[in-house]
Write a protein that binds this ligand. Sequence first.
Ligand SMILES: [Zn+2]
Length: 76
Amino acid sequence: MTTVLTPASPLTAADRCDRCGAQAYLRVVLASGGELLFCAHHGRKFEPELKKIAVEIQDESGRLSGTAATADDDER
Ligand SMILES: [Zn+2]
């Protein structure tokens, strides 16, 4: 899956999911200018809604399939 446009700044371990506090793998830029961060789990859960309101979705969840160094309770 290739949703990544132009990764301005890669997500880091310091970026946390707005819903559960896990490491964020998706950055959602809203039309309003705000930003939301989601882990892979919540990114997938809210993806249909996010696509309606986002102007850009930076998806780095693909990194989970490579080296899963951190806890990933639901990687796909
Ligand atoms: Zn989450």
